[in-house]
Design a protein around this ligand. Structure first.
Ligand code: SME
Length: 167
């Protein structure tokens, strides 16, 4: 569903906060703590409250040639995803954000939650190298717009800036 279709359907998918406010709140949430698991857990919880119409949000960390499940909000999910497989593995292999309108039309999509119909996966880099991805699933087809992608990428920049600043 694009923004116009979402409005027609009476679903407001705009984030709860402006990007500026959301970045400030995330920075506040992460400040003073460097533990990756703690900060990823709070970031997933923050995104779950911020974004409407999503059923799963969380991290996968790159370990060797596999992505391994990290902190998340939602139903239990698949633990390991090989690089190049599914939407998450494709994000790592391509080095680019994957914004999938309809996961049923994505070759090799891995269905962890049958409710998921669209997906946004953003790469997370440390010193230029991908170390993790953030994955967000929605039960609505076409939930994520280009604006949503920019918004989430900016929040992930904030997360990375904070988390990997001392490297
Ligand atoms: N759908 C993802 C798998 C992870 S779950 O959505 C949480 C994929 O195709 O990589």
């Amino acid at each position: 569903m694009n923004d116009a279709a979402a409005m027609d359907a009476g679903v407001n998918t705009r984030p709860l906060l402006s990007l500026h406010e959301a970045c400030q709140q995330l920075a506040g949430l992460l400040s003073g703590e460097q533990d990756l698991i703690a900060n990823a857990a709070n970031t997933a919880a923050f995104l779950k409250t911020l974004l409407a119409d999503i059923n799963w949000v969380g991290f996968y960390f790159l370990k060797g040639e596999e992505l391994v499940l990290g902190p998340f909000q939602g139903n239990p999910a698949c633990v390991r995803i090989p690089v190049g497989r599914g939407v998450c593995g494709t994000c790592v292999a391509s080095g680019e954000t994957q914004r999938v309108e309809d996961v049923h039309a994505f070759p090799g999509h891995i269905a962890c939650d049958v409710r998921s119909r669209s997906e946004l996966v953003v790469p997370i880099r440390q010193q230029g190298k991908i170390v993790a991805v953030l994955d967000i699933d929605s039960p609505s087809v076409g939930r994520f717009t280009a604006d949503d992608q920019n918004y989430v990428e900016a929040l992930i920049d904030e997360f990375s800036k904070h988390q990997f600043a001392a490297d």
